[in-house]
Design a protein around this ligand. Structure first.
Ligand code: UDP
Length: 267
């Protein structure tokens, strides 16, 4: 607690949800040093503050830590398979793995009540497309009548989860002591290829934009490695708090479209 006069005051914070990080594949490839330093030092600072106040703490991690694993769906206790260190992309996964190790160590060595969440492609209104995130990127392109930039052959797939579902998971886990010291996947099981996503975005925006395939080497950097599929096993979080996503991708696309239309109208 904070000492003022002769009283010991309780801190105002009941919990810490640490979401801040350098994210987005394009950003990571441009600035790997910033990525590693922000993500590792930031989490270290948060954990030290949490320890001082004995705060319930949730740390954001990422499905990216499953790397190039081919066994889907991904389960929390699976081995991880990252690419070589010369491939800058994997610096993000490695930095988040250090965060996970650190959080689990603070729990194990100092009894700090930490839970680690591996988010799978969270999406919703107000997400920026600036650092590569594909849904705000495609919806923006479609509304402006520009080509939709599908990387690779577009057959890679993802499971997108609406931010409102994710916020509910975070909120409910704060009051779930059984989740302390655990790593949990948070994501949707609705899998879609990026090419199919581009077609859905065109339909929901009534856009005549062409779909343009761009080789990975051009989109990112020579030798770029993508994840082909990324599907979560969500049995663990479902058992703990009964959570499952309720908002289908079609609804999220409408939400993102309406937000970006409104934003364009304001400019
Ligand atoms: N992607 C794409 N065009 C874009 C941005 C992304 O085809 O303009 C692809 C990207 O290569 C990946 C998928 O969409 O296969 C999801 O990318 P995002 O950056 O949203 O998240 P990631 O799953 O890579 O973390």
């Amino acid at each position: 607690g904070i000492r003022t006069h002769h009283h010991v005051m309780r801190t105002e914070a009941q919990a810490i949800v640490h979401l801040a990080a350098t994210v987005g594949v394009e950003r990571i490839i441009q600035s790997p040093a910033e990525t590693i330093e922000n993500n590792v030092k930031g989490t270290e600072a948060v954990l030290q503050a949490a320890l001082r106040y004995g705060c319930r703490t949730i740390l954001a991690s990422t499905s990216e830590v499953y790397g190039k694993g081919l066994k889907v769906p991904f389960c929390e206790d699976d081995d991880v398979l990252l690419g070589a260190t010369v491939r800058k992309r994997w610096s993000y996964a490695a930095s988040k793995m250090v965060d996970e190790f650190l959080g689990l160590a603070y729990h194990g060595e100092h009894d700090l009540p930490v839970t680690i969440l591996r988010f799978f492609n969270t999406v919703g209104p107000r997400q920026t497309g600036q650092y590569g995130m594909v849904i705000p990127r495609f919806v923006g392109q479609a509304l402006r009548g520009e080509p939709l930039t599908v990387y690779g052959d577009g057959q890679q797939s993802r499971c997108f989860c609406d931010v409102d579902d994710v916020v509910r998971a975070v909120h409910d886990l704060l009051d779930c002591p059984a989740s302390i010291g655990k790593v949990l996947n948070v994501g949707s099981r609705e899998e879609i290829t990026i090419e199919e996503l581009a077609r859905k975005v065109k339909a929901v925006t009534h856009s005549k934009s062409p779909i343009r395939l761009i080789p990975y080497d051009e989109a990112y950097a020579p030798g770029f490695e993508d994840m082909q599929r990324r599907v979560p096993d969500t049995t663990r979080i479902q058992r703990l708090i009964g959570w499952r996503p309720t908002i289908p991708l079609a609804r999220t696309l409408v939400r993102v479209r309406d937000h970006l239309k409104q934003e364009a109208g304001r400019l």
